[in-house]
Ligand binder design. Structure first.
Ligand code: SF4
Length: 245
């Protein structure tokens, strides 16, 4: 791997500001939710959702690439390579997600002993805005698939009568909507500084964010060159690496 290309402050600072705004707004929303009798089951030590695929902006990935140590960066790259292999061979999105959760397993940034995110301050938007109104069991891989028909019907009924959900899944919908300004801040900062947007798989972009040649191509607004660099490292896949020009 080439030397770290950090920093790209003009791209990461607006995202950090948007993270801070989101944390304040989410905290205030959660206080009101609790006062209305709502309950959120997420907390330190719960990692049931840390097997999900995660989409991020390169701006967010830069923050994580900066935060991880060498051993974690290597584990993140291994995870990214497994994600690429999964994307190459999965027959459809469902299979991709299922295998990601069951076969790739937990995010390598997770501290398996404590069940906590070891880089909590740098975690991406998707990890910040996912809140569950149901116990962790419902966030685990394959819970839905393992339910009987009766349990699925009961689940749907419970979700429909739980305030804060979208009526279909047990996650708190308003807290996901509240994070939209973070996505917008990332998109604007990338476009302003690089003339293009880069989006994709969390672990793949975290790996590429630490590649000086990739970042030089991105900073020059050269999506084609950036793709070639990713491809040369076996880290290019249309599903996991997207450029918006
Ligand atoms: S970054 Fe942290 S919160 Fe997000 S999936 Fe990885 S371990 Fe979990």
């Amino acid at each position: 791997m080439t030397a770290s290309p950090f920093p790209h402050e003009s791209v990461t600072a607006p995202v950090q500001q948007a993270y801070a705004r989101y944390e304040r707004q989410a905290k205030s929303w959660l206080t009101g939710y609790a006062q209305r009798g709502g309950r959120v089951f997420c907390g330190a030590g719960c990692s049931a959702c840390c097997t999900m695929p995660i989409r991020v902006s390169l701006a967010e990935a830069l923050l994580m690439a900066r935060a991880v140590d060498e051993a974690q960066a290597s584990a993140v790259e291994t995870h990214a390579r497994a994600a690429v292999q999964n994307a190459r061979t999965a027959r459809d999105d469902d299979e991709y997600v299922r295998r990601h959760r069951l076969e790739l397993g937990f995010c390598p940034i997770l501290d398996r002993e404590t069940g906590s995110c070891s880089r909590y301050e740098a975690r991406p938007t998707r990890c910040r805005d996912t809140y569950s109104a149901f116990p962790a069991h419902y966030c685990e891989a394959e819970t839905w698939e393992r339910m009987s028909r009766r349990e699925q019907t009961e689940y749907r009924r419970e979700v429909a009568r739980t305030p804060g959900t979208d009526g279909e899944l047990h996650f708190i919908a308003p807290l996901e909507h509240l994070s939209e300004p973070v996505w917008t801040a990332a998109a604007r900062a990338m476009r302003r500084e690089w003339g293009l947007e880069v989006w994709g798989d969390f672990w793949l972009l975290t790996t590429l964010a630490a590649d000086a040649r990739f970042m030089a191509a991105v900073a020059a607004g050269d999506a084609r060159r950036a793709w070639q660099v990713a491809s040369g490292r076996g880290l290019a896949h249309r599903m996991l690496l997207e450029f918006g020009e």
